[in-house]
Design a protein around this ligand. Structure first.
Ligand code: OXD
Ligand code: MN
Length: 618
């Protein structure tokens, strides 16, 4: 290790940090070690190294670079991601596990000399605002300058936080190696990809990959460690955005948190025009001393899906993607120094370079499938501070008070666009019974309906029953639990056409915001409270400036008793394999009895919300 690095390390006075670096230096055998502090020059140098090593290439707009992941490394790899469990312990059947000793031995072998000929970067970050009650320091070891650079855009630098640790081991650590690279700086050995989570030592190993969902320790790998910690104490670590909601012509901000599976509208909800964003992916929630729920974004950047970002639907992000600033594009098409992606709303060239190498229209993969101009899961990485609509409280160490939580899935045939839970426990039930169709954010087939509790299942590393019990208990600690809502932006008609426009979500969110302040009445249904037609008509008029017909309302808010009962049967089957808390069983039973009762009362499988409204009024 160079003298400078040695000094910076010694200054931390932390034996645990030193031991970890020594252990992985000895095992991975890098040629060089670069230790990065909070110094802006050192941080900026990482980007330069990513360019020099070819992991990123400069584009024509100042500050923009492009990075490519391997053709088979374009999403989170669930199959290769495993929780290492000590002998005698078990988790839920749904969690991919591996015996800890076996996993560590396998890693030891695969990581032996894996950084030979490469540079090892050691970086220090802080999850959450430094010095806050939420903060968790995190150390990243990686041989990828792209990973180290991405983290610079996505997380708060935390060398100073490691000082404050005063030698303790209360931090997470991540060891990543992209393994051998090809001439374009792309990981070669993706067939030997491993992502192993070691809860015992608060660390994650990830090798032979580069896609940030697999490689960037502080993102979904840290979320798993945080879920484990949260469940051992009394807080929540969630796959949630945080946003400030601003009703038209009212001087107030109401903070919302929302969990949606990847690629199901989480970023676009947090970016609804006229609102302010705090974060778009991961939040920690705590019961605050005044009995409210407070939350922080543990990140400070966005690793966003670029497909369909265009000047009409996402003007603020689009502006960032087309003007000078530090920003990384990944897996887009590049032609003549300019990036192109799917759904960007303008003509795209017929050739260029993308994640498949040199690309031309009509190019096919080894299975004969057409390769699109850019991957559907292509991304952009940038700091949140680049956004004009960043909420002024984003860096508040106390977080923001959360008044509402939303759970949303990609559901084409069951749930209405928005429904309000009857209370906290029914809200936990709504989150726990979320289903969603798979997307390109994970490897594997798209469009499959899957069980997606709290949109967090991919990251839950404790028994699901324990995780849900923690949610039920969390509400009990609050004097005023947030209202909980279920949303569904993806409802389709019998011909497969969406029943809503993308922008309609603004009306649902503003309706929910008004509910927080007791401003609208609502229609009681077996699955919760739905909006009244007249209130939505007003909201569509005042916020979206478009008409909202009774027919639209009747189709979107139809209560599909048959589908809802089928869903409940699927959910019950899922939970039969888990030791779910009794409160969940009670909520399932209560929901079923309401659905059956309404079916008997109305004598039909599908209920028109206008008729319900009238029946309730009479
Ligand atoms: C993400 C994901 O990238 O959840 O946020 O896959
Ligand atoms: Mn996510």
């Amino acid at each position: 290790m160079p003298d400078g690095a040695r000094k910076k390390l010694a200054a931390l006075n932390n034996r645990h940090v030193e031991d970890i670096i020594a252990e992985y230096t000895a095992l991975c055998r890098p040629d060089k070690i670069t230790l990065v502090t909070d110094d802006p020059e050192e941080r900026a140098r990482i980007r330069q190294i990513a360019l020099e090593k070819g992991e990123e290439k400069a584009l024509s707009v100042a500050g923009h670079t492009v990075h490519y992941d391997g053709f088979f490394d374009q999403g989170r790899d669930k199959a290769c991601t495993k929780v290492l469990v000590p002998e005698g312990q078990s988790l839920s059947p749904r969690i991919n596990t591996l015996d800890r000793k076996t996993g560590l031995a396998e890693l030891h072998q695969l990581m032996n000399g894996i950084m030979r000929g490469k540079e090892m970067f050691v970086r220090f970050f802080c999850l959450g605002p430094g010095g806050s009650a939420f903060a968790i320091p995190a150390m990243q070891i990686t041989d990828s300058a792209y990973v180290a650079h991405s983290e610079d855009l996505l997380y708060r630098s935390g060398y100073a936080e490691f000082h404050k640790l005063q030698g303790s081991d209360h931090f997470f650590h991540f060891i990543h190696s992209a393994g051998a690279l090809d001439e374009d700086g792309v990981a070669r050995n993706v067939a030997q990809r491993r992502v192993y989570i070691d809860l015992v030592a608060n660390r994650v190993f990830t090798i032979n990959n580069q896609y940030a969902g697999n490689s960037v320790g502080l993102k979904k790998l840290a979320l798993r460690l945080a879920i484990n910690q949260a469940n051992q104490s009394d807080w929540l670590a969630e796959h949630m955005f945080l946003m400030g909601v601003h009703p038209v012509a009212k001087e107030r901000t109401t903070y919302f948190a929302g969990a949606f599976p990847s690629a199901c509208g989480k970023t676009s909800t947090a970016m609804i025009p006229g609102q302010t964003i705090i974060g778009d992916d991961i939040a920690y929630l705590k019961a605050w001393s005044d009995g409210t729920c407070h939350a922080v974004n543990i990140e400070s950047g966005i690793f966003g899906i670029i497909s369909d970002v265009n000047p009409i639907d996402d003007p603020l992000i689009y502006k960032c993607l087309t003007t000078p600033r530090e920003l990384i594009f990944s897996n887009v098409l590049v032609n003549d120094g300019r990036p192109y992606w799917l759904g960007m709303g303008m003509p795209t060239p017929a050739r260029g370079t993308n994640h498949s190498g040199a690309w031309f229209e009509g190019k096919k993969d080894d299975e004969g499938k057409l390769i699109p101009l850019a991957h559907k899961n292509a991304r952009y990485t940038m700091r949140l501070s680049e956004l004009e609509n960043l909420d002024p409280q984003a860096e508040n160490p106390d977080g923001v008070p959360i008044s509402a939580i939303i759970y949303g899935g990609r559901d084409s045939d069951t749930n209405p666009p928005i429904v309000q839970a009857f209370g906290w426990e029914h809200g936990v039930f709504i989150g726990a019974t979320l289903e969603s169709e798979t997307t390109a954010a994970t490897l594997g087939q798209e469009g499959q309906r899957t069980f997606a509790p709290m949109a967090n299942l991919d990251f839950i590393v404790v028994p699901l029953g324990l995780y849900l019990a923690n949610h039920f208990k969390f509400g009990k600690r609050l004097n005023k639990p947030p209202l909980v809502f279920g949303t569904n932006y993806f409802l389709k008609d019998e011909h497969g056409r969406f029943l809503n426009e993308k922008t309609d979500k603004k009306a649902w969110i503003l309706w929910a915001e008004a509910r927080v302040h007791g401003e609208y009445g609502a229609v009681a249904t077996p699955i919760g409270w739905i909006p009244r037609y007249a209130d939505l008509q007003t909201l569509f008029d005042t916020t979206l400036h478009k008409p909202y017909s009774r027919t639209d309302y009747a189709r979107q808010f139809e209560i599909r008793l048959d589908r809802l009962l089928e869903k409940l049967a699927r959910i019950e089957k899922m939970y039969a394999a888990e030791s779910a808390p009794p409160t969940l069983g009670e909520q399932i039973a209560a929901q079923r009895s309401r659905l059956l009762q309404w079916r008997a009362d109305f004598g039909r499988e599908r209920l028109n919300p206008l008729e319900i409204e009238q029946a309730v009024a009479e």
